[in-house]
Design a protein around this ligand. Structure first.
Ligand code: NAG
Ligand code: NAG
Length: 440
């Protein structure tokens, strides 16, 4: 079983390689010389070794073991076993020709009990080994502090992101990482896709802790926890270590379904709820007006102390982009509520899909959506430098497709060619986008 999973990882990396070669033939020389091409993972997704090296249980370890939470009953106990195979994995990445690797640090490996216990020297050792081997291969480490996972103890003690205690804990974790790894890590992202995580964890209930409660309160604590880490980096580490710090947000692109004012307004509302929710506070100190008007008292307020915390600005915005949607006003259909905001999203207009469908429902190939997203961020946030931290094609699950079909990877190659071309056009129009990470 483990061998099969390793083989699949190797195969996936090989497929990336093929895509790279083909995409490169077309475009690579036209990107700025500083442009980083990379691959990306998260700790729970690849590390395995969930009980080794004095690591504690994370919220994901506990959640996947509850039963009934994961469709096929699988978990990340072993996963791609990156913890034991990182050297081989780095060799594979090197053979792809990438010059950056985005990964996340398992909080429960470095600080098994958060602020309530000691630093785990074996956790520090693992990431030192990983980082040193990457640097030796000329691959820039691009490090996410928390990619959804958190020590279970913090969940049990105070409800993790639901209380403001998390700000101090996250700041402590961030500082331990800056101190231990910041001499070699030049790119830090505080959180991955908090806009997806809070809804999945605290509204839909599909991610741990699986609740239907208060996504807006949790988001508020995430924003301020992020700001805590940014302040520590800016005040104590940035000058000495010379790196940069940002955040990664999930950003689909949205277009009005019909050429009517109601759908344009619905599209603006969606962009506010999806993107402005996290980025407006970081740049302008408050939530977008559309959110404040729609949610009223359900939306927390930033105190003057909070606003002071938000004064240190991030150095870059990480964009995870895969697909685009049509947006329409559907107040009449659904009634206005905080959950749907009176907005409907879909992938079809008069029976025609917005782009070529992929194996994943509601994921269409819409290349111009990437360029539009980048230009939107450029205009709304003063052309802050951007990294495309994730982008990729959804294909049939490996179990459903023959090896020949997997190797004949035309659809993925076309996806990357067309998205890269769209990105290049946005860069020519002035966008400061300097990195592409491919993630499956
Ligand atoms: C691992 O944890 C055990 C039990 O807490 C402790 O005795 C041991 O010193 C730890 N090992 C290392 C290398 O930190
Ligand atoms: C919307 O609200 C009206 C009036 O309160 C109600 O009759 C109708 O069933 C609601 N529609 C939906 C889809 O919930």
């Amino acid at each position: 079983m483990e061998e099969t999973k390793r083989m699949l990882l190797v195969l996936t990396l090989f497929l990336w390689f093929m895509s790279f070669l083909n995409a490169f033939k077309l475009d690579v020389s036209q990107f700025p010389p500083s442009f980083l091409f990379g691959t990306a993972t998260s700790s729970y997704q690849v590390e395995g070794a969930f009980l080794e090296g004095n690591k504690s249980l994370s919220n994901w370890d506990v959640f996947t073991h509850l039963g009934g939470k994961i469709k096929d009953g699988s978990n990340g106990d072993v996963s791609a076993d990156h913890y034991h195979n990182y050297i081989e994995d780095i060799e594979l990445m090197h053979s792809l020709g990438v010059n950056s690797y985005r990964f996340s640090i398992s909080w429960s490996r470095v600080l098994p009990r958060g602020q309530f216990g000691e630093i785990n020297s074996m956790g520090i050792q693992f990431y030192n080994n990983l980082i040193n081997n990457l640097v030796a291969r000329g691959i820039q480490p691009f490090v996410t502090l928390s990619h959804y996972d958190i020590p279970q103890e913090l969940e049990d003690r105070y409800g993790a992101w639901l209380t403001d205690e998390i700000q101090k804990d996250f700041g402590h974790f961030a500082e331990v990482c800056f101190k231990a790894f910041g001499d070699r890590v030049k790119y830090w992202s505080t959180l991955n896709e908090p806009n997806i995580m809070v809804r999945s964890s605290y509204q839909v209930g599909e991610y741990p802790p699986g609740l239907h409660t208060d996504p807006f309160g949790a988001a508020h604590n995430m924003i301020l926890a992020h700001a805590t880490a940014v302040n520590i980096y800016k005040k104590k580490y940035q000058v000495k270590q010379g790196g940069s710090i940002g955040i990664v947000i999930s950003m689909s692109w949205f277009e009005p379904l019909r050429n009517i004012p109601e759908d344009y307004i619905a599209t603006q509302l969606t962009l506010a709820f999806e993107i402005g929710w996290f980025l407006d506070p970081l740049f302008y100190g408050d939530y977008p007006i559309q959110m404040r008007e729609t949610l009223q008292s359900k939306l927390p307020k930033f105190s003057s102390k909070d606003k002071k915390k938000l004064e240190h600005k991030i150095d870059f915005i990480g964009i995870n982009h895969y697909t685009s949607f049509y947006v329409s006003d559907c107040h009449v259909l659904l009634n206005k509520s905080a959950e749907n905001e009176g907005v409907c999203m879909g992938g079809e207009r008069e029976g025609l899909p917005i782009g070529t469908p992929t194996a994943m429902p509601n994921y269409y190939v819409v290349p111009h959506g990437l360029g539009e997203t980048v230009l939107f961020i450029m205009n709304r946030y003063n052309n802050t430098p951007m990294f495309i931290t994730e982008n990729g094609f959804a294909q049939q699950g490996d179990n459903d497709v023959s090896t020949e079909e997997l190797l004949n990877d035309i659809d993925r190659i076309e996806y990357f060619q067309s998205y890269l071309t769209s990105l290049m056009h946005a860069i020519r129009r002035g966008a400061d986008a300097s990195k592409l990470t491919l993630e499956e």
